[in-house]
Design a protein around this ligand. Structure first.
Ligand code: UGA
Length: 437
C-alpha cells in the first residue's frame, strides 16, 4: 500500500518505519526541516533502541522517504495522522496540529483514501474530522481511529508485537484497508466505532496510571507500618486478576503520555458534566509522589541550603532521551527552591534548557556527578546507575546518602558498601529474597 504518515515524533516515525518494514511504500511528512534533513541523511533525531538501524535499512530498501509538506497529488491509500496533541493549560488536548493536517489532506488525498488517526485525541474527534471532510466536499474520504499503544524505549518491539490492534471505523471498507495495512502483525483485532477506539486509548493509559498511583499510595502506607512494598506488589501481582505489571512503586509516572492523557480525560469528563473523581486523585497522588525525596532529605539534613544534591537520571524512564514531565524536572525546581545546589546526571540526555530556567549542565559521568555530593537521588533506573561501583561512589561523596526513588537497590548490599540508603515504601529491612516476574 502507499502510506503517508504525517508527523515524525515517536509515534509517527516508528510506525512509518515499521509499516515500511512490513512491505508498504511510506512517505513521512514533517514541517520541521532539520528533522526531515536528518532523517533523509539516515540520522534518527531521537534516542530509541533499534530505530537507527531500521531507518538505514528502509532508506536502503527505498521503501521510505521524508518530505516537508504533504505532496500535492499523493497516491496514498492511507494517510496516518501522528502529530502531537499537547495539553493546553486547561488540561484539554490541543488539536490545532491535527486540524491543520486534516485541511491539507482534504486538498491532496485521492478518492477513497483512508485517514487513520493515531494521535491521541478526545473522544468524538474522528467523527468531527469526518464531518469536516464532508463539509469541504470530501465525503469520499474514509476516517478511522487507530490508536497506538507503543512505549518509548521499546517502541519498535511494541509495534511488531502488539497486545491488540484497535480499529475504530465507520464502514467495512476501512476494516479491510486496515487489515491489509497491518498484515504480518499477529494480535487480536478489536473492530469498533471510532468513539470507543478513542476511549480505549485514554482508558488504557488512565488505568495504567491508576495502578502506579495506587501502588505508590500502598508504598507510602508500607513505609509507615513497617511493610515492604516490593514484597507487597509481588504478592499482589501473582493474582492474575491483578497482574504484576505497573506495580513498581517509585517517583510516579512521567513522559509525554500518562500525565497529558490523564488530565485530558479528567477534562473531557468535566466538559460532559461528569466529575472523574478517581482519576483526579490519581493525578494528585502522582504530583505529590515525585517530591517524596524532598521530605526525606529534609529529615536527613534539616535545611537543604547549599547542600549538593545529585539527581541520577533526567529522562522520564530508562531507554529514552525524553524529559517531558520527568520527575527530575519537578525535583530540580523544588530543590532549587530549598536552596540546594543540584547536579543532573544522565547517560543519554544532554541538556534540559527547554524545560528548566537556569538548568544545570547534564553530567554524563556518574562518578563526577557524585564527587563531593551531600546526597544522591536515583530518579531514573538506568542500568548504568545500577552497575555503578557504589563502594567507590561512597568514598567520593561528602555524605554518602542515597535516596532510591525507584526501589531498585538491595538495601543490605548498598549499606555494606558504606552508603546510607533510603527508599520508597519500607524497602529498608532485609526481606526474604524473591523473584519479581
Ligand atoms: C505509555 C503506555 O505504556 C503505552 O502503551 C502508550 O502507547 C504510551 O504511553 C502513549 O500513550 O503513547 P510510555 O509513556 O512510553 O508508554 O512509558 P511507560 O513504560 O508506560 O511508563 C510511563 C511512566 O510510568 C514512566 O515514568 C515509568 O517510570 C512509570 N512507571 C511504569 C512506574 O512508575 N511504575 C511502573 O510500574 C511502571
Amino acid at each position: 500500500m502507499n502510506v503517508l504518515v504525517v508527523g515524525t515524533g515517536y509515534v509517527g516515525l516508528v510506525t512509518g518505519l515499521c509499516f515500511a518494514k512490513l512491505g508498504h511504500n511510506v512517505i513521512c511528512v514533517d514541517k520541521d526541516v532539520h528533522k526531515i534533513n536528518a532523517l533523509r541523511n539516515g540520522k534518527v533525531p531521537i534516542y530509541e533502541p533499534g530505530l537507527q538501524d531500521l531507518l538505514v535499512e528502509q532508506l536502503g530498501a527505498r521503501s521510505i522517504s521524508f518530505v516537508e509538506v504533504v505532496p500535492e497529488s499523493t497516491k496514498a491509500d492511507v494517510a496516518v495522522i501522528a502529530v502531537g496533541t499537547p495539553a493546553l493549560p486547561s488540561g484539554e488536548a490541543d488539536l490545532s496540529a491535527v486540524y491543520a493536517v486534516v485541511t491539507e489532506l482534504a486538498c491532496t488525498l485521492p478518492a477513497q483514501a483512508l485517514v487513520a488517526i493515531k494521535s491521541t485525541v478526545p473522544v468524538g474527534t474522528a467523527q468531527r474530522i469526518k464531518d469536516r471532510m464532508v463539509r469541504v466536499g470530501r465525503s469520499d474520504l474514509h476516517v478511522a481511529s487507530v490508536p497506538e499503544f507503543l512505549r518509548e524505549g521499546s517502541a519498535v518491539y511494541d509495534v511488531f508485537h502488539p497486545y491488540r490492534l484497535v480499529f475504530g471505523v465507520m464502514d467495512s471498507r476501512s476494516v479491510a484497508v486496515l487489515r491489509t495495512l497491518h498484515a504480518g502483525l499477529d494480535a487480536p483485532v478489536v473492530v469498533t466505532d471510532p468513539a470507543s477506539a478513542e476511549m480505549i486509548k485514554y482508558a488504557s493509559n488512565a488505568f495504567l496510571a491508576t495502578k502506579i498511583s495506587f501502588i505508590n499510595e500502598i508504598a507510602n502506607i508500607c513505609g509507615c507500618v513497617g511493610a515492604d512494598v516490593t514484597q507487597v506488589a509481588y504478592g499482589m501481582g501473582l493474582d492474575p486478576r491483578i497482574g504484576p505489571a505497573f506495580l513498581r512503586a517509585g517517583l510516579g509516572y512521567g513522559g509525554s503520555c500518562f500525565p497529558k492523557d490523564t488530565r485530558a480525560l479528567v477534562n473531557l469528563a468535566g466538559e460532559n458534566g461528569y466529575d472523574f473523581q478517581l482519576l483526579r486523585a490519581v493525578v494528585e497522588v502522582n504530583q505529590r509522589q515525585r517530591l517524596a525525596p524532598i521530605i526525606r532529605l529534609r529529615e536527613e539534613f534539616g535545611s537543604l541550603r547549599d547542600k549538593v544534591v545529585t539527581l541520577l537520571g533526567v529522562a522520564f524512564k530508562p531507554g529514552t532521551d525524553d524529559v517531558r514531565e520527568s520527575p527530575a524536572i519537578d525535583l530540580c525546581k523544588a530543590l532549587h527552591t530549598e536552596g540546594a545546589r543540584v547536579r543532573l546526571c544522565d547517560p543519554v540526555v544532554t541538556n534540559v534548557d527547554q524545560y528548566l530556567p537556569d538548568a544545570p549542565v547534564v553530567i554524563k559521568d556518574p562518578y563526577k556527578a557524585l564527587d563531593g555530593a551531600d546526597a544522591a537521588v536515583l530518579v531514573t533506573e538506568w542500568p548504568e546507575f545500577l552497575r555503578l561501583d557504589w563502594a567507590r561512589a561512597a568514598t567520593l561523596m561528602r555524605h554518602p546518602y542515597v535516596f532510591d526513588g525507584r526501589n531498585v537497590f538491595e538495601p543490605s548490599q548498598m549499606r555494606s558498601k558504606g552508603l546510607l540508603l533510603a527508599n520508597i515504601g519500607g524497602r529498608g529491612h532485609d526481606a526474604i529474597p524473591h523473584v519479581m516476574v
